[in-house]
Design a protein around this ligand. Structure first.
Ligand SMILES: Cc1cc2nc3c(=O)[nH]c(=O)nc-3n(C[C@H](O)[C@H](O)[C@H](O)COP(=O)(O)OP(=O)(O)OC[C@H]3O[C@@H](n4cnc5c(N)ncnc54)[C@H](O)[C@@H]3O)c2cc1C
Length: 400
């Protein structure tokens, strides 16, 4: 049996980045995925992901985003693919600001991170100021906004594909459609057995299984994760399509006023190409826990689409019409207060796991992959600090 330096289980956002960075550092690496990434069954699909640099979930995340932005540009240069469109992210909030991504001081954190990391930004202190620049947003009295100018859109399928391409180019072995059934530490290394009877061995294993990670994690880790179904919507443009072109429309996150039907923020993206493909908008569903193997990936029912249009779209984006041109389903894997968990397995330090990162991890994935690879090949991460995301640091964020 070939002994690898590292086997990476799962080749989505986190796994493709880790595999590429390990191979690039000269490690002998095997990457395994039960499907053929990029695919639509996990957490890294749906055309677009918001990337921000001034991070409302906590200023400790900004170092990851800023390093990732540099790495996305490097990967673009190596592959000739467009992965990151930098046209800003406008965060809008009102007087009755809501909790965003499970974090109370989201808006204050953005301002603090922008100042601490010298991230270019603009503030809009009144609804009139927002409306003058961005007439597509029907802001109300009391609304204010901050534009993170280092932010923009990532194209997740292209990001995953580009990193897998570079990983193979750097010598990684990738096995697609290969489901891992068991990970067993032995005296000679960590053994990985697949559902179709193959066995592999490595000095180390990284578990980057996204919504499936709880199946491989020790019970004390698995209990922190909840997997939920999220729906994405592309609504028709009724009027003023030019307002949604990337040069006129940043990515937006809106802490919209709560009501009986509105219980989370609204977020959306500028047009990606043809106006007839519609504008992608969504909000965070806080439905119950699902099983990633049996979750319903079918199109979201019409009555749910109508509810989302009525509650989240029509009052805030009056240029969009009720016709939904497309929906997609995606999986969040949450930890309380939207934390990440990136750590060694308490059962064996040769096994590392990287969580699917609570609905805001894509933007950080390439820096996380680089840091994990550096920890394994050089003993320490050179550019970012993963210490804030270790299990022992989680306690203050957990609900009673
Ligand atoms: C609707 C939605 C919107 C989001 N918006 C944003 C955003 O705007 N900005 C942002 O930064 N983040 C966002 N996120 C979060 C971000 O997308 C995730 O943090 C990230 O994609 C997680 O990547 P992952 O590699 O952990 O999981 P995945 O991409 O799901 O990869 C896990 C991989 O492991 C494989 N696998 C699992 N089990 C096995 C097994 N037994 N054997 C072999 N392979 C296995 C799976 O097939 C899969 O390919 C969003 C997430 C969702 C769902």
């Amino acid at each position: 049996m070939t002994k690898y330096d590292c086997i990476v289980v799962g080749l989505g956002a986190m796994g493709s980045a880790t595999t590429y960075q390990l191979a690039n550092a000269g490690a002998r690496v095997l990457g395994l995925d039960q499907f053929s990434p990029p695919h639509k069954f996990g957490s890294s699909h749906g055309d677009s992901r918001v990337t921000r640099a001034a991070i409302g979930e906590g200023i400790e995340y900004s170092q990851l985003a800023l390093r990732s932005h540099a790495l996305w540009r490097d990967i673009e240069a190596q592959t000739g693919k467009t992965l990151f469109r930098r046209n800003g992210c406008l965060s809008i909030s009102g007087t009755d600001a809501v909790v965003m991504h499970d974090v109370d001081d989201f808006f204050a954190n953005i301002g603090e991170a922008a100042r601490r990391y010298n991230i270019p930004h603009k503030t809009f202190d009144t609804p009139e100021a927002i409306r003058a620049r961005y007439p597509q947003f029907a802001v109300k009295a009391g609304d204010h906004a901050i534009l993170d100018e280092e932010a923009g859109t990532l194209f997740p399928e292209a990001c995953v594909a580009a990193q897998l391409q570079l990983a193979e180019r750097a010598g990684a072995t990738l096995k697609r459609d290969t489901q891992v059934a068991a990970i067993t530490p032995t005296a000679g290394g960590v053994e990985v057995a697949t559902a179709d009877g193959q066995r592999f061995i490595a000095a180390r294993v990284v578990i980057a299984a996204g919504p499936w990670l709880p199946r491989f994690a020790a019970a004390e880790i698995a209990r922190h994760f909840t997997v939920t179904r999220q729906a994405l919507y592309w609504f028709e443009i009724k009027t003023n399509p030019e307002r949604f072109l990337p040069e006129n429309c940043p990515v937006f996150i809106w802490q919209v006023p709560q009501s009986a039907d509105v219980h989370s923020d609204l977020y959306g993206f500028p047009l990606d190409g043809n106006p007839s493909s519609g504008v992608k908008v969504s909000h965070e569903e806080n439905g119950g826990a699902v099983d990633p193997d049996t979750v319903d990936h079918a199109a979201t029912p019409q009555d749910e689409i109508d509810r989302v249009y009525r509650s989240y779209v029509a009052p805030f984006l009056p240029d969009l019409g009720p016709r939904c041109l497309r929906t997609e389903t995606c999986l969040y894997t949450r930890v309380d207060r939207s934390r990440f968990i990136i750590d060694a397995d308490p059962r064996d330090p040769r096994i590392n796991f990287v969580s699917a990162c609570s609905g805001h991890g894509f933007k950080h994935s390439v820096a996380i992959g680089e840091a994990l690879a550096q920890q394994m090949t050089q003993g320490r991460a050179a550019h970012v600090d993963l210490e804030p995301f270790r299990l022992k640091r989680l306690a203050p964020y957990l609900r009673a």
